[in-house]
Design a protein around this ligand. Structure first.
Ligand SMILES: *Cc1c(COP(=O)(O)O)cnc(C)c1O
Length: 352
C-alpha cells in the first residue's frame, strides 16, 4: 500500500477522523527511511537513518499536517485558509488549497523566504502578502486576521497540523519494527518535535512499539530561544525555515525534551552548512539548510563524547534542497568549467 494512499487513510485510527472527514490526499507520507553510508560510521553510529521528508508532494514534511488541516477545513465548510510562513507552510497550504478549491492567503516575512518556496506559492496561485517584519510578526498578524475575517488558520497553532505530522513517527516505527533510540530533529516553531513525541507516545500506548526515543532538538545558534530560555527579537540564521524567535509550540517542545530525557541544543550556521554539504557529498542527499541542523546536531553530540553503539538513530531531513538554490550557490564552492565543444581539449582537461 505504501505510497498509494495518504497519511489520513493510512493512519485514520490515530487521527481525528469521523464519518464527515474527507479522506483527501496528494500522496503525502510514506517517505524513504534510508541508512547512512558514510556520516553515521564516521561518528561511530552504525545504525543511523535519514527520514527523507523532502520527498513529500511539495518537498517538505509540512504536507503531513496540511492535509489533515485542510481535511478539517473542508469538513467545516470553510472556503478560505490563511497562514504565516517561513516558506514551506505556504507552499503546502497553497498546493492543497489549489487541489481542493479553497482560496489560500499566505503571509511571508518580506525578503526572508527561500526562492524555491516563494516560486511554489506563486505557481499554486496563492494570494501572497509579504509583510515588513519577521516570521513572528507575520504569525501575530494572521492570528488576528483569521478571527477578524473568520478564515481557517492553518499554522501549527491549528491542532490538526500536529496530528497529521505525528504520522512520521508511526512510519519510522513501522519501518524499524520498533521505535528508534534517538531522534535528531531541527526545531523552529517547535511543532514537529512536539508532533513526533505525541505520535511515539500514542504508538506506545497502543503497544505498536515497546519503548520511546530520546528527542534531540536542534535550533540555529542565532535563533535559539528555547536553548536561551527567552524569546529572540531579531533571530538570525542562514536556515530560514528555523529562523523563529518565539516558537508557538515552545511548552510542548520542552515537555518532549524533558519527558524523553532528551535535549534541545543549538548548532552554528557554520556547523549547519558543513552538515548540509556533507549530506550532499557523502550521502547523495540534498536537503534544506534547516534540515541539516539535525545532522549538525548529531555530529556535535559525537564530538561531545556521545556513544552510539547498538543505538538506532534517526535524523529528520525536513525539506528538500532545491527550495533554496541561493544557499547552495553561495556555499558549495564549485566553479563551472567553461569549455569549447572539442573532445580532445576536454579530454586533456579532465586528465589533468
Ligand atoms: C517548518 C520547518 C522546520 C521547523 O519545524 P517546526 O515544526 O517549525 O519546528 C524545519 N525544517 C523545514 C524544512 C521546515 O519546513
Amino acid at each position: 500500500m505504501n505510497g498509494t494512499i495518504g497519511v489520513i487513510e493510512r493512519y485514520k485510527e490515530f487521527l481525528p477522523v469521523n464519518a464527515r472527514t474527507p479522506m483527501i490526499s496528494m500522496g503525502e507520507g510514506s517517505t524513504p527511511l534510508v541508512k547512512s553510508t558514510n556520516i553515521g560510521p564516521s561518528v561511530g553510529c552504525d545504525n543511523l537513518y535519514f527520514k527523507l521528508e523532502g520527498c513529500n508532494p511539495t518537498g517538505s514534511f509540512k504536507d503531513r499536517g496540511m492535509v489533515m488541516a485542510i481535511a478539517k477545513a473542508l469538513e467545516g465548510g470553510r472556503k478560505r485558509v490563511i497562514c504565516a510562513s517561513t516558506g514551506n507552510t505556504s507552499a503546502s497550504a497553497a498546493a492543497y488549497s489549489a487541489r481542493y478549491n479553497l482560496q489560500a492567503f499566505v503571509v511571508v516575512p518580506s525578503g526572508e523566504i527561500a526562492l524555491g518556496k516563494l516560486a511554489q506559492a506563486m505557481a499554486y496561485g496563492a494570494r501572497i502578502l509579504a509583510v515588513d517584519g519577521n516570521f513572528d510578526d507575520a504569525l501575530k498578524m494572521v492570528r488576528d486576521l483569521s478571527t477578524e475575517l473568520s478564515i481557517e488558520l492553518v499554522n501549527s497553532l491549528n491542532p490538526y497540523r500536529l496530528e497529521g505530522q505525528k504520522t512520521a513517527s508511526f512510519e519510522i516505527s513501522d519501518a524499524l519494527g520498533d521505535a528508534p533510540d534517538m531522534i535528531c530533529i531541527p526545531v523552529g516553531n517547535a511543532g514537529n518535535i512536539s508532533a513526533y513525541w505525541k505520535g511515539f507516545n500514542e504508538y506506545r500506548i497502543d503497544e505498536q512499539i515497546s519503548k520511546l526515543p530520546r528527542m534531540m532538538g536542534f535550533q540555529a545558534a542565532g535563533a535559539a530561544p528555547i536553548v536561551k530560555g527567552e524569546p529572540i527579537h531579531e533571530p538570525q540564521t542562514i536556515a530560514s525555515a528555523i529562523r523563529i524567535g518565539n516558537p508557538a509550540s515552545w511548552d510542548k517542545a520542552v515537555a518532549a525534551r524533558d519527558e524523553s530525557e532528551g535535549d534541545i541544543d543549538a548548532v552554528t550556521d557554520a556547523e549547519i552548512i558543513e552538515a548540509y554539504i556533507r549530506l550532499a557529498r557523502d550521502e547523495g542527499i540534498f536537503c534544506e539548510p534547516a534540515s541539516a541542523a539535525s545532522v549538525a546536531g548529531l555530529i556535535k553530540l559525537a564530538a561531545q563524547g556521545q556513544q552510539f553503539e547498538e543505538m538506532k538513530v534517526v535524523c529528520i531531513l525536513t525539506g528538500m534542497g532545491l527550495k533554496d538554490p541561493t544557499t547552495v550557490e553561495n556555499h558549495a564552492l564549485v566553479e563551472l568549467e567553461y569549455v569549447e565543444p572539442d573532445v580532445d581539449q576536454v579530454a586533456a582537461l579532465l586528465s589533468k
